[in-house]
Design a protein around this ligand. Structure first.
Ligand code: IPM
Ligand code: MG
Length: 357
């Protein structure tokens, strides 16, 4: 029997509600398995600003590095929006990603068949099924480039990528493509940006090392369009930080809601950081109506990628599918069809637990 140490950071807003459901599922898995999960909760984001005037502190960052995996909810809210650069709640997640060197962000996008009606897309577009993987570079590009500043007349952000940063995320992309359909789509803005020109050059060079993978390229604007018109043509997409952020919210529409998508942020060593792709949703925070499925599927990714518990991860994904098949819907995925059972966050969590075998 092994003991796994997991740091839990619910954060702010709906991060708190959905992480609680993720933790419930984790506990249910623990009961069924011979492993034990030791959970330690950390306060980050706006909640920590209220206590200590910082979004994350040095002790927390150092402590996190000693865990086996990190489960994160979401941070932020209007209360802290006007704080200076680097001191908003978002600095917590941005700093964690950087300090843990979690450069690989895996964002699988699947449409559960029960949610076909929740998608605003025509049946003819989604009926072939939606199952793709966005691999987003997470520790470079505009989010971290220097210089970066703003005054009332001028603001600067810097998009910077080194060959090393590009190579390592592309290498992961090639391997992931090899394990799936053998097709890798690299998304860039090569007609305009220097970083993208280097990105494409490196991708073409590396293609020789992966003869079994068919590499193709698409400009990000065209990719954004094709993702909606021909989602079934996509399998593994690899792209830089900002493009990946935007395309994954767009892809969430394919899955029915932003509340459906989990993610794993991984580095070459150290604990994985597991985060739903959605934010803290201040508009619905505290109402108990947020969709906990992204957080629950995030727990499945944690078990799969950090603990090699594939069977347990699958059992969670199947439980989510079964709960949706039973008609359970939080408001974001309800489409008003007969047979739907509109659920609160907690009810949805219970529905998934009830389907867990
Ligand atoms: C995401 C989020 C974050 C990002 C925000 C909250 C900083 O949108 O994980 O996609 O932009 O990376
Ligand atoms: Mg985002």
């Amino acid at each position: 029997m092994s003991t796994y140490r997991i740091a839990v950071m619910p954060g702010d807003g709906i991060g708190v509600d959905v992480t609680a459901e993720g933790v419930r599922v984790l506990r249910a898995i623990e009961e069924k398995s011979e492993h034990s999960f030791e959970l330690t909760e950390f306060t980050v984001g706006g909640a920590l600003i209220d206590q200590k005037d910082v979004p994350i502190d040095d002790e927390t960052v150092e402590a996190l590095k000693g865990f086996d995996a990190l489960l994160y909810g979401a941070v932020g809210g209007p209360k802290w929006d006007s704080r200076p650069l680097g001191q908003t709640p978002l600095a917590a997640i941005l700093r964690m990603r950087k300090e843990l060197d979690s450069y690989i962000n895996l964002r699988p996008v699947k449409l559960f068949p029960a949610l076909n009606a929740a998608s605003p897309l025509k049946d003819s577009i989604i009926e072939k099924g939606i199952d793709l993987l966005i691999i987003r570079e997470l520790t470079g590009g505009l989010y971290y480039g220097q210089p970066r500043f703003r005054n009332s007349e001028r603001a600067v952000d810097t998009m910077e990528y080194s060959r090393h940063e590009i190579e390592r995320i592309l290498r992961f992309g090639f391997k992931a493509a090899k394990a799936r359909s053998g097709k890798l789509l690299s998304v860039d803005k090569e007609n305009v940006l220097e970083t993208s020109k280097l990105w494409r050059e490196v991708a073409l060079e590396m293609a020789g090392d992966f003869p079994e993978v068919e590499l193709s390229h698409l400009l990000v604007d065209a990719a954004a369009m094709r993702l909606i018109t021909d989602p079934d043509k996509f399998d593994v997409i690899v792209t830089e930080n900002t493009f990946g952020d935007i395309l994954s919210d767009e892809a969430a529409v394919l899955a029915g809601s932003l509340g459906m998508l989990p993610s794993a942020s991984l580095g070459d060593s150290g604990p994985g950081l597991f985060e739903p792709i959605h934010g803290s949703a201040p508009d619905i925070a505290g109402q108990g109506i947020a969709n906990p499925i992204a957080a629950i599927l995030t727990v499945a990714m944690l078990l799969r990628h950090s603990f090699e518990m594939e069977a347990e991860a699958r059992s969670i994904e199947m439980a989510v599918e079964a709960a949706l098949d039973e008609g359970w819907r939080t408001r974001d995925i309800a489409s008003g069809q007969s047979g739907e059972r509109v659920a609160t966050t907690i009810e949805m969590g219970h529905a998934v637990l009830g389907c867990l075998v």
